[in-house]
Ligand binder design. Structure first.
Ligand code: HEM
Length: 563
């Protein structure tokens, strides 16, 4: 009966509509749209060609007549699930004629690979070319008005508003938050594994830790990622958004599947879930701030609201949401990767491990670190820098106007990708042991002074460098100091770690480690040479843990006396 009704309805609609007319209009509209698209492409191409200056860049072989360099990359990336940056290193090593500046042809996009430090300086510092349109794919989780992609003058306004939240003065006060969250990780995730000898995927745990930390200091919210029940659904939605975007970026030829109704609905659902949560927090904070005349929480968001009020500026809701989403994304994976790779390298080098343990014991004397301690942890600082050198978590992509040249090559309207991995491992800049984890290199003042300014750029260079670099370094040092104060770690992966792509980079095997009480491996702290009482009073008083012999679970981020 219902089938008959549907058929009747269809006949009725068919009678109503003049199908010939509709078809005619549809065909005309499609042809017009197609013609407009092709014309715009021809005009764009002609514009680039006519205004091209300089010599053409070298291209790696083989080059497919239609897909350009895609089959070459697909084969290399696909075979061993290599990170594109590792593939670039291999291409340059195999074909010396490519030099440190060459182009990959990706059907409609020419991507210039810039691995030459002097060329990087020109792109980032001398000209500071605009961010590439390829960042558009990140909009679902960084927002369309993110500082990461904004152009002048919007970028300058946004950076000014958020700078106070990334100032050293504010970050100093947040060290206890980093410490409390790390102790939560130690107690809930690492202590049980130390007891039962089980394996911990350190990168996964570090990712939950760093997300909890950035939520606390940016929004004064606790995501509860380290809570016993596992990460909340909100975290899963956020992680899923990033993973899906990374999958599309890895297989651009499948990008269209994103628009299939079921994929699109799922994608929009994840985005709406995450957006609505962050927007609701910001709305509430804006209302509270208005009501309390600026006496709300002093976190990254609160300081930005105060700065805007003082400057008479106004960031709209979308702008604020975009920045907070950007901080949650940019401020967790990257730092987690730095921490995990540092543990991976230290675990494989007993001599380095011994120096780390000695310094942590000597400087901290069994208590949790405060901001002054972080400055005194000089060797640990070198370990973090070396982790960022060998395993840089992010790069940058820029685009220059038509007619631009770089070292005599035509780069106009081409996407320029600056991969840090090949630059940070180039023996021309770092010497023959470029690929060796050697924190001591950072202690050699002459060696460091002789480095090219763009040979080391984990946080990028120029005015668009990372706003969160001080935060990342302070956080990584606090976490590592506490991890090593209590335990040592042994890498148990069946193959060495490698970089994997996930928008940012991460350790491919997630750094599987076993966790050992220091005493069990004969690495217990030696009796302190410096009595704890000789530590300056002001320094120790700043941290509630100062008087406790060993940090305990009582040091929680929600402890009322903490900032
Ligand atoms: C080890 C940790 C980190 C590394 C290696 C890192 C690396 C980078 C790099 C390479 C850039 C330039 C990106 C580009 O040009 O596309 C960048 C920019 C940025 N990072 Fe980080 N980052 C780290 C931690 C953080 C943290 C903790 C935050 C904030 C919570 C953050 C927020 C940002 C923002 C907002 C930008 C854009 C800055 C601008 O354009 O003005 N990052 N970061």
């Amino acid at each position: 009966c219902s089938l008959r009704s549907v058929l009747k309805l269809r006949l009725y609609v068919a009678d109503m509509v003049e199908w010939d007319g509709v078809r005619k209009y549809a065909v005309h509209a499609t042809l017009a749209l197609g013609a407009a698209f092709v014309t715009s492409k021809i005009v764009n191409y002609a514009n680039i060609r006519l205004r091209a200056r300089g010599k053409p860049l070298p291209v790696p072989n083989p080059l497919h007549w239609l897909y350009g360099s895609i089959p070459l990359l697909a084969e290399r990336v696909g075979k061993n699930e290599e990170h594109i940056d590792q593939v670039l290193v291999d291409l340059m090593r195999e074909d010396k004629s490519l030099g440190k500046l060459f182009v990959l042809k990706l059907v409609a996009i020419d991507m210039v690979i810039v691995c030459d430090a002097e060329a990087c300086k020109e792109v980032l510092m001398t000209h500071n070319y605009a961010k590439s349109f390829t960042y558009d794919t990140l909009h679902p989780f960084i927002g369309s008005k993110s500082i990461l992609v904004a152009d002048e003058p919007t970028w300058a306004r946004q950076r000014k508003a958020f700078n106070p939240g990334f100032s050293f003065g504010f970050l100093r006060s947040q060290v206890p938050v980093f410490a409390a969250k790390t102790l939560e990780l130690l107690d809930t995730k690492l202590a049980p594994r130390a007891a039962d000898g089980g394996v911990v995927l350190l990168h996964n745990e570090a990712t939950l830790l760093t997300l909890d930390i950035i939520c606390r200091i940016a929004l004064s919210e606790d995501f509860g990622c380290l809570a016993p029940g596992g990460p909340p659904a909100l975290y899963t939605a956020f992680a899923d958004l990033i993973t899906t975007t990374a999958e599309y970026a890895r297989a651009p030829h499948l990008m269209w599947t994103r628009y299939l109704p079921w994929n699109w609905l799922r994608w929009r659902g994840l985005q709406a879930r995450f957006d609505s949560h962050v927007t609701a927090i910001i709305r509430r904070r804006l209302a509270d701030s208005k009501a309390s005349q600026g006496s709300g929480p002093k976190d990254i968001l609160g300081l930005a609201i105060d700065t805007c009020r003082a400057e008479g500026d106004r960031l709209d809701l979308l702008e604020l949401t975009s920045q907070l989403k950007t901080f949650l994304f940019a401020g967790h994976d990257t730092t987690a990767t730095t921490i995990s790779f540092a543990v991976y390298e230290i675990a494989r080098n007993p001599a380095i491990e011994a120096k780390v343990l000695e310094e942590v014991d000597r400087v901290l004397g069994g208590r949790a670190p405060n901001a002054d301690d972080l400055a005194a942890l000089k060797y640990l600082n070198c370990c973090v820098k070396e982790s960022l050198r060998l395993w840089p978590p992010a790069g940058t992509a820029r685009i220059a106007p038509p007619g631009t040249t770089l070292q005599g090559y035509d780069i106009g309207r081409k996407v320029m990708y600056i991969p840090h991995f090949p630059i940070h491992r180039d023996p021309d800049y770092w010497g023959p042991d470029a690929c060796v984890y050697r924190p001591e290199r950072w202690q050699d003042e002459n060696y460091v002074a002789a480095l090219h300014p763009c040979a080391y750029q984990p946080f990028s260079k120029g005015s668009r460098d990372c706003i969160g670099q001080t935060l990342a370094l302070m956080e990584a040092k606090t976490v590592l100091a506490l991890l090593y104060q209590r335990y040592v770690y042994r890498y148990v992966g069946t193959s060495p770690e490698a970089q994997a792509y996930h928008i940012t980079s991460y350790p491919k095997h997630h750094v599987p480690v076993t966790v050992h009480a220091r005493e069990a491996l004969g690495l217990a702290p030696k009796p302190a040479a410096t009595p704890a009482s000789s530590i300056p009073a002001a320094t120790t008083a700043a941290t509630p843990a100062a008087s406790s012999p060993r940090p305990t679970s009582a040091l929680r981020a929600d402890a009322p006396s903490w900032p």
